[in-house]
Write a protein that binds this ligand. Structure first.
Ligand code: GLN
Length: 193
């Protein structure tokens, strides 16, 4: 059966993810309300700004429903800000009251803006476990992973730091595969559903 995959559409780059998911064989839909969250089999959390997205998750009454679905095993893929939100612990989460809130999907600690500020955004061809050849990775004020729990596989590294991880059907990348036209990471996720 074709999986129905939601893209959290509160803020950030949702359009490219919807296109990549459709190309990977999924039915894709935006998620902004609890009822829409209930209607999907899996969820993509896009890049953007994790502090703003956390604020909006609260405003839209999605924070606890989303935590509950993840705790219940709903597969999820987070890119950049999405990786930050999928963590159990966030380093440098931001100012108290406006900080990025962990959704606790993947047992890991992620450091926000780890590679530096916007000017430090960069692109690099990296090896990615399970994908042939290299992946052109675009990092934009990207996080890196500082700690992974025992059930978490590191699939790719940049500058020595994990930048792609998987725990069961939860996947996260510090970079933005949706902007390159190479949809293999989305396919990896959709094919795991
Ligand atoms: N620095 C952003 C954050 O903290 C992430 C940037 C991105 O998603 N491209 O959420």
């Amino acid at each position: 059966m074709t999986p129905r995959v939601g893209v959290l559409a509160l803020q950030g780059d949702t359009r490219e993810h919807l296109a990549a998911l459709r190309e990977a064989g999924a039915e894709a839909a935006t998620v902004r309300r609890p009822a829409e969250l209930s209607s999907v089999d899996a969820l993509v959390i896009p890049g953007g700004e994790s502090t703003a997205m956390s604020h909006l998750l609260r405003e839209f009454d999605l924070l606890e429903p989303l935590r509950a679905r993840l705790a219940d095993g709903m597969p999820a893929y987070g890119s950049c800000a999405g990786m930050i939100l999928l963590a159990t612990d966030i380093a440098d989460a931001g100012v108290a009251g406006r900080e990025a809130l962990p959704l606790r999907g993947i047992d890991m600690t992620v450091r926000r803006n780890a590679f530096g500020r916007q000017v430090d955004s960069f692109e690099e061809d990296i090896e990615f476990d399970g994908l042939e050849g290299s992946v052109h990775a675009v990092f934009i004020r990207a996080p890196w992973v500082e700690r992974v729990g025992p059930g978490v596989e590191v699939l790719a590294r940049a500058a020595g730091h994990p930048v792609a991880v998987r725990q069961g059907q939860m996947l996260a990348t510090a970079f933005h595969p949706e902007v390159t036209g190479d949809h293999r990471v989305h396919r990896l996720f959709v094919e795991s559903l």
